[in-house]
Every structure is written in structure tokens, then in C-alpha cells.
Design a protein around this ligand. Structure first.
Ligand code: ADP
Ligand code: ADP
Length: 245
């Protein structure tokens, strides 16, 4: 049962001519991508730098508008929604960013960072925001007593846990994880991967897991899609694609 379906997705960026300031060509960052993600599963998306992975990820979380194509979340075409529908999508699909050193605001405490989605969406969770933040921190293996600390007081792995807690605040169905461990020490990469696997089992989450090579994806992904020059050039169960790549 697919929680996410992408059909013929295209995203072209105009290339501006410096002298005449008009579009002369397009970078076909995503050039006709179709894929599906089943509920509770992980689809690894691998490909070399510039193959279009981040562009696809940004379209899926609604940061970027596609040129054409369809994105269905729970069977609903999320690109042609009302304002309210788009707002709901922003809750259903959340992103875990690559680098927790740059993606967490250094001037905000962990309470503020993890609780920000509640503030943005005007949500008052039962029991209050502070308690909800504490629960989220526990969920990702952080001490709720450290909620008043700032990002610089945490290690890289702990910061990524904060990023994951924030992504979970609105109880999403899908996490788009954009190279969530590649900025971390090798020694903590496995811990964060294990955490993501535990959360998937506990919360029934579905992951699109972006990585530039198969190494990390091999451990977490059920299926793997290989992207090259904006297209999916291979797609299949993890073992099959691993052998071929
Ligand atoms: P990846 O995540 O696989 O490294 P990207 O999605 O970042 O790939 O990039 C795909 C292509 O789109 C590259 O050629 C890149 O230069 C181009 N691109 C990405 N973002 C933009 C942008 N904002 N404006 C113009 N071109 C972009
Ligand atoms: P409740 O709904 O009473 O909070 P649950 O059993 O649904 O109890 O959740 C248990 C814990 O897991 C709570 O801390 C809750 O915030 C958290 N939780 C449950 N589902 C999700 C989800 N999809 N995303 C993030 N946190 C969740």
C-alpha cells in the first residue's frame, strides 16, 4: 500500500544568461521520475552528486515547486491542493537534513527548535508544548533535562537526534532523510541509523533515504532507486541493486 507515489516528476531550473538575463537553457535536475514508497518501508535514493536527489527531496517536502508531474501522498495529489491541503502536506512529509551543524538555529534552545513546528502551525499538543518536546526528546534518546541547552552543547550525533525530534513533532507519515548521517562521525552513523530503524518500527514511518552511495543505504533500505542525470536508472530490492551497482 503506497504512502507516497511520484509520477513523471520534472523539475527544470532556468539557466540565466548573464548578459541578456533571459532563460537560454534549462538544467533538467529531475527529468521524469516515477517511484513509489510503501507504508512502513524505506526507499533508498542513491546517485552521484548533481544527479537530482536533493531537488527531488525538496519537491517532495514542498520547499520547491516542480515543473510538472504528480506527487500523491496517501493517494491524494498534493500539488493541486487547496491552501489547507498544502498545509496538511507540510505536516505529513517532513525532512531530516544532512548537516545538523547548519540546520539547527544556533540561537535557539532545543526546546525552541523541537517545539517550533507547533508554533508555526499553531498547535497546542495535549499536555502542553513543553511536555510534548520532552516526549519527543525521549523518543530520540535525548535527556529531556537537557532541553534548555543550545546546539553547540551537543555532539554531532545528538544534534541530529534533535533534528529528528523536530521532524517528528507534527507526527508525519513520511520522513525524507537527506543524507542524514554523512556529516557525522563514522562512529555515530550506526547509532543514528539504528534510531531511525527503531522509530520506523515504533511509529510506522516511511522513509525516503537519500545517500550518495549504497554503503549506508544497504543497512536501512528495503528498496533502492539509483538516480543519474535526473532520471531513475535502476530500481529494485536492496540486494539486487547493490549487486548491480
Ligand atoms: P544531488 O542532490 O544529487 O547532488 P541536485 O538536486 O542538488 O543533485 O542537483 C541536480 C542538478 O540541478 C545539478 O545540475 C545542479 O547544479 C542543479 N541545481 C540544483 N539546485 C539548483 C538551483 N537552485 N538552481 C539551478 N540549478 C540547480
Ligand atoms: P499519545 O497519543 O497519548 O501521546 P502515543 O502512544 O500515540 O501516545 O505516543 C507515545 C509517544 O510517542 C508520545 O511521546 C508521542 O508524542 C510519540 N509519538 C507517537 N506517534 C508519533 C509520531 N508519529 N511522530 C512523533 N511522535 C510520536
Amino acid at each position: 500500500d503506497p504512502v507516497l507515489e511520484v509520477r513523471d516528476l520534472v523539475k527544470h531550473y532556468p539557466v540565466r544568461n548573464g548578459l541578456f538575463r533571459r532563460s537560454v537553457a534549462a538544467v533538467k535536475a529531475v527529468d521524469g521520475v516515477s517511484l513509489r514508497l510503501d507504508r512502513g518501508r524505506t526507499l533508498g535514493l542513491v546517485g552521484e552528486s548533481g544527479s537530482g536527489k536533493s531537488t527531488l527531496a525538496r519537491v517532495l517536502v514542498g520547499i520547491e515547486k516542480p515543473t510538472s508531474g504528480q506527487v500523491l501522498v496517501d493517494g491524494e495529489d498534493v500539488l493541486h491542493l487547496s491552501r489547507a491541503g498544502r498545509k496538511q502536506l507540510r505536516r505529513d512529509v517532513q525532512m531530516v537534513f544532512q548537516d545538523p551543524y547548519t540546520s539547527l538555529n544556533p540561537r535557539m534552545s532545543v526546546t525552541e527548535i523541537v517545539g517550533e513546528p507547533f508554533a508555526i502551525h499553531g498547535i497546542d499538543p495535549a499536555g502542553g508544548r513543553r511536555a510534548a518536546v520532552g516526549e519527543l526528546l525521549e523518543l530520540v534518546g535525548l535527556d529531556p533535562d537537557h532541553a534548555n541547552r543550545y546546539p553547540h552543547q551537543f555532539s554531532g550525533g545528538q544534534r541530529q537526534r534533535v533534528g529528528i525530534a523536530r521532524a517528528l513533532a507534527l507526527r508525519p507519515k513520511i520522513l525524507v532523510c537527506d543524507e542524514p548521517v554523512s556529516a557525522l562521525d563514522v562512529s555515530v552513523q550506526g547509532q543514528v541509523i539504528n534510531l531511525l530503524e527503531d522509530l520506523q518500527a515504533e511509529l510506522g514511518l516511511s522513509y525516503l533515504f537519500v545517500a550518495h552511495d549504497l554503503g549506508v543505504v544497504r543497512h536501512i533500505a528495503h528498496d533502492v532507486a539509483v538516480m543519474y542525470l535526473g532520471r531513475i536508472v535502476e530500481l529494485g530490492p536492496e540486494g539486487d541493486v547493490y549487486d548491480a551497482a
